[in-house]
Design a protein around this ligand. Sequence first.
Ligand code: MF3
Ligand code: CO
Length: 264
Amino acid sequence: MSVTIKSEREISLMRRAGEILAETHVQLAKALRAGMTTWEIDRLGEEIIRSYGCIPSFKDYDGYPASICVSVNDEVVHGIPSKQRFLKDGDIVSLDAGVIYKGYHSDAARTYGIGEISQEARRLIQVTRECFYVGIKHALVGNRLGEVSAAIQDYAEGHGYGVVRDLTGHGIGTQLHEDPQIPNFATKKKGIRLQEGMTLAIEPMINMGRSDVCWLDDDWTCVTEDGSLSAHYENTILIRKDGPEILSLPAEESAGWYAQAVGA
Ligand code: MF3
Ligand code: CO
């Protein structure tokens, strides 16, 4: 498959898919509390997504059994919601969700702290989010994709963190995963040149310790090998001539993202 360029009609559908996902995350964040199970998060998430007439895109994707990936503490991504897994004070939890609106996908992830979390955990969550913003600043027409990747890696490693290498971001559109792959680290290949109308899911996955990960016996849950905490932050973005647009943020946040990102 090659990288697809979206028409204005497709872009409006993806924008709506992104808005609905942004709102889903806002509502999920409000519901998070110690004592709830990760299964309840999944149920609520699916309910919200369906209330907009959308389909949760992760459900049954390659056999994934839920709608929301819920990954706690050392779980990096793709944690499977469970009635036995209770959130507790001091946990960090990554919620990853995708919706399909009229055939078009959006994909976004956020990491939150439950109750009082350590200063180190707060820093990890913040820096992971900043990694996304540091990366997207390079997502300009004519730039190589590798510039985005390298910026994310430099920023994360500059804070002493490990960048997950086994999983990457991706193009997105009528498919959840389209070309190109978007590593969060520099590779020998410089990557494609970015063009107006490309839609991409940029998703730094950052470990407090080493970058190595492994998989649990469920074959989905990706965890840090050293047991260190991991955070995830993802948005679906659109490459525009006048700079990137973030499709999966609430409208208020989306408008001011650049100033907020760089603290200007
Ligand atoms: N954000 C993840 C990704 O882009 C979500 C996929 S989970 C799956 O790969 F269950 F759908 F596989
Ligand atoms: Co993704």
